[in-house]
Design a protein around this ligand. Structure first.
Ligand code: SF4
Length: 167
């Protein structure tokens, strides 16, 4: 029996194999508009992340998160700026850390948004939405330019409506 099976914890070396340590240059400036936005969103119970994939799957995820937060569930959800929350310990990150519920729209199983935020908000346990499992499409497609924008929007709305029904 592998000793790891006994206690559920790997050795230090094994644990390190599961993580990549990155060094992020601190921002030398903050965006007042972004800080004001974060301040205004503090009372909302659900923080919504999305991966920022430049591919078709990421685009559907991003648009779905936007439809949810800016149209279907404006009063309940705060749309998080993923890059700002990940790279700066300011208002956007606090929205994630303090939300009653964190929902992460992921374009694909790589789960970039939730993995990133778990790196800077300890004990974060986001609800991961596997967006590409919530709409039907040709899974051989990859590029954003391989599907008409109107069709991308329709898939995003389908996903947003499914998630909105769970809030
Ligand atoms: S989750 Fe998938 S689609 Fe989104 S950024 Fe990561 S690799 Fe790209």
């Amino acid at each position: 029996m592998n000793w790891k099976d006994c206690c559920g914890k790997g050795s230090q070396n094994e644990e390190n194999e599961d993580f990549e340590v990155v060094k992020i240059e601190k921002s030398k400036g903050n965006c007042k508009l972004c800080d004001d936005y974060a301040e205004g969103q503090k009372s909302k119970p659900v923080a919504v992340l999305s991966c920022e994939g430049a591919c078709l799957r990421g685009e559907v995820a991003r648009r779905a998160a936007n439809i949810l937060c800016h149209s279907l569930a404006r009063d309940k959800t705060a749309r998080i700026c993923l890059g700002g929350a990940f790279t700066k310990d300011t208002g956007q990150r606090a929205l994630v850390a303090n939300a009653e519920r964190v929902v992460a729209f992921e374009g694909c199983y790589v789960n970039c948004a939730s993995r990133m935020m778990k790196g800077v908000v300890t004990k974060l346990a986001p609800e991961v939405i596997a967006v590409d499992r919530l709409y039907d499409f040709d899974r051989n497609l990859f590029g954003l330019d391989e599907m008409p924008s109107e069709e991308i929007e329709a898939h995003a709305r389908t996903v947003a409506e499914k998630v909105a029904a769970t809030l």
